[in-house]
Design a binder for this molecule. Structure first.
Ligand SMILES: C[S@@+](CC[C@H](N)C(=O)[O-])C[C@H]1O[C@@H](n2cnc3c(N)ncnc32)[C@H](O)[C@@H]1O
Length: 312
């Protein structure tokens, strides 16, 4: 059996559960205006916004990983960014999968930095703390997420020293908002290359929203830019998936084509089984034999990692 077929035949539910971050199935700008909400009012709002709430179990996974004796990720802010939802530390987030995601994002940012890229954009940023921990003091960080999320996050990070040149938060609804205008208003320079992180975001956007976002990113990303995201095949999502009560809206078999048609001329989509954490080397490992094409994904379930570059 060809490797790709073998990969795709591995238990669909097991793979999807792992990728959704559930263990065992128990498993601005807007530079944001100062909030008039008290911390408890802001938290109450997040608790009413299921989308924003999905950021918290992911932060919990980073907090758990950071406290392991053999941790490969150090995210000292993760526990604080739980905003008091400490029960999430025991509620079954898939720490290994989230650790993979952190390392993939960190590695992409570092690889871009080594090429001179000085703009990082985190879309659906959630409780991402890279602006406070990566030590890229000459880099501009932009975080885009829902207003309800920032209402909780900003007071929590207000006294935390930045480890970057600047951090701008842009509140809005990706796939609907005018990302080009809002990011430029926040100081993003589309003539300079950028690195884009869409960790745990794309399944929450509908097909039209995702396509619109890809067009906007194509307009904003200068040559030398790169991106990464995780995602699911169309079949997986159409069978019904959700995370902490939020339904997944879309999966694509052809993320490569989506990015290539928007100027990211080199892209690769890799089945999640081909990506793992090497704890000895404290690094992410990617076996490119697990690369999958849209033809292989069509009609099949799949959890994938996509990376793309604009080389020219
Ligand atoms: C599963 S969390 C991931 C957060 C973060 N990227 C991480 O990996 O820790 C998804 C995040 O995307 C945000 N989100 C979902 N749909 C969005 C949309 N249409 N516009 C802006 N943010 C969105 C949520 O508010 C949430 O913070």
């Amino acid at each position: 059996m060809a490797l790709a077929s073998l990969v795709l035949s591995i238990s669909r539910r097991k793979r999807e559960r792992q990728c959704m971050g559930l263990a065992s199935l128990a498993l601005a700008s807007l530079v944001l205006a100062p909030s008039s909400l008290s911390p408890s009012q802001a938290m109450a709002q997040v608790l009413r916004d299921p989308h924003a709430y999905t950021a918290l179990p992911i932060a919990a996974a980073r907090a758990i990983e950071s406290s392991r004796h053999d941790a490969v990720v150090s995210d000292p802010l993760a526990r604080k960014l739980l905003a008091g939802e400490h029960h999430l530390l025991t509620s079954g987030a898939n720490v290994e999968h989230m650790t993979k995601r952190v390392l993939l994002g960190d590695e992409l940012v570092q690889e871009a930095y080594s090429r001179g890229v000085r703009q990082v954009v985190s879309l659906g940023a959630g409780m991402d703390s890279r602006a406070f921990r990566m030590g890229l003091f000459d880099t501009a960080f932009f975080e885009v997420d829902r207003k309800e999320l920032f209402e909780v996050k900003e007071p929590l990070v207000a006294d935390v020293p930045l480890q970057c040149a600047s951090r701008r938060v842009v509140a809005g609804n990706l796939g609907v908002m005018d990302l080009v205008a809002e990011l430029e208003r926040a100081g993003f320079d589309k003539l300079k290359p950028s690195v884009w992180l869409l960790e745990g975001l794309v399944p929450y956007l509908g097909r039209d929203g995702m396509k619109r976002l890809a067009v906007e990113m194509g307009q904003l990303a200068a040559p030398g830019s790169s991106l990464w995201h995780d995602g699911f095949s169309e079949t997986s999502v159409s069978r019904g998936m959700s995370f902490y009560g939020v339904k997944y809206e879309s999966g694509f078999d052809d993320y490569d084509e989506l990015w290539q048609s928007n100027g990211f001329d080199y892209s690769e989509t890799i089945s999640a089984e081909g990506v793992w954490v090497d704890r000895n080397e404290k690094a992410i490992k990617i076996d490119k034999r697990y690369r999958v094409t849209s033809a292989q994904l069509r009609g099949r379930s799949g959890c994938m990692i996509t990376r793309a570059w604009k080389t020219r």
